[in-house]
Design a protein around this ligand. Structure first.
Ligand code: 5GP
Ligand code: 5GP
Ligand code: 5GP
Length: 235
């Protein structure tokens, strides 16, 4: 059956706290580019339906998309070679290396074994991004996520509310209220369990319109595994 890219109602923009990914019994690995900043990192931009369900893997041809991302990197390398010959390529190279360095900074992978992130980014594109192809092509999808990350500084918002990654426990409601007050919208909060069995702040979900550019009130909040008090671990 031919699979056309589906309509969807909104995006979840999901960021993860690296400290909470890394202190579970599964551990984590830092990307090849080094230890990520002590900041929320992008997990993904996920098309969703209002009823809580969501489409995934919408483009069978996208299976080859890892090679497309690799192609972008190859392009960058090739571009370096022709740097002296063509200004167009120079411009292109700047854009691509800029995108890559932004991806490494804002969307670091923490999975093992240590890698450069291509696998994570390509997984997110194939599973989620392809379901928004009616709105965003691959490049626009990654750029939209990076822009959303820069729009709201969640860590600063929490710090301003004296909620810090210091291994202490905080009221879930205080976390939500701080983000709601600063952004105007209620976030979804998801928790995971560290190796000492404490529930901790793992992911923050913000809802975004189908163009991928503006935060909106969530048509539906994601499921949450958080108790009323959660740990905010150091990283
Ligand atoms: P987990 O079970 O770890 O929360 O989620 C596993 C994976 O399922 C996520 O990485 C994501 O790909 C997908 N997923 C979980 N919840 C949602 C959701 O509400 N919307 C979408 N689009 N994907 C989700
Ligand atoms: P989801 O399917 O939940 O959108 O994405 C999770 C997938 O991406 C898993 O297969 C996981 O192994 C991989 N992955 C690679 N790096 C990371 C990371 O830093 N955080 C998370 N949550 N998943 C990652
Ligand atoms: P994905 O392979 O691996 O579908 O992973 C499923 C879930 O396992 C992800 O949502 C992620 O939270 C977790 N996970 C996957 N790989 C790792 C890892 O290397 N370290 C940690 N701590 N969790 C992982």
């Amino acid at each position: 059956v031919l699979c056309v890219s589906e309509e969807f109602d909104f995006f979840y923009f999901v960021v993860q706290w690296p400290g909470s990914y890394c202190d579970t019994k599964n551990h984590c690995c830092y990307p090849k580019s080094g230890k990520p900043a002590a900041d929320f990192g992008i997990h993904g931009l996920w098309p969703n339906y209002k009823d809580g369900s969501y489409p995934s893997n919408c483009d069978p041809d996208a299976l080859f998309d890892e090679s497309q991302v690799r192609f972008l990197i190859k392009m960058t390398q090739v571009t370096i070679l022709v740097y002296c010959f063509c200004l167009f390529f120079v411009y292109n190279m700047e854009q691509l290396t800029d995108l890559m360095s932004k991806m490494q900074k804002s969307w670091p992978t923490l999975s093992c074994p240590s890698n450069d992130g291509l696998k994570f980014w390509s997984h997110e594109w194939v599973k989620h991004g392809t379901c928004a192809e009616s709105e965003l092509d691959q490049r626009e999808y990654f750029e939209a996520a990076l822009k959303l990350k820069d729009k709201v500084n969640l860590l600063q918002i929490l710090k301003d509310a004296v909620i810090k990654p210091d291994d202490r426990f905080y009221d879930l409601d205080k976390i939500k209220d701080a983000i709601e007050e600063a952004t105007g919208f209620t976030p979804g909060i998801d928790c995971n369990i560290d190796s000492s069995h404490n529930s901790q702040l793992y992911q923050i979900y913000q809802c975004v319109d189908t163009s991928g550019s503006d935060f909106i009130q969530c048509p539906r909040l994601p499921r949450s595994r958080c108790p009323s008090r959660v740990q905010f671990p150091k990283f």
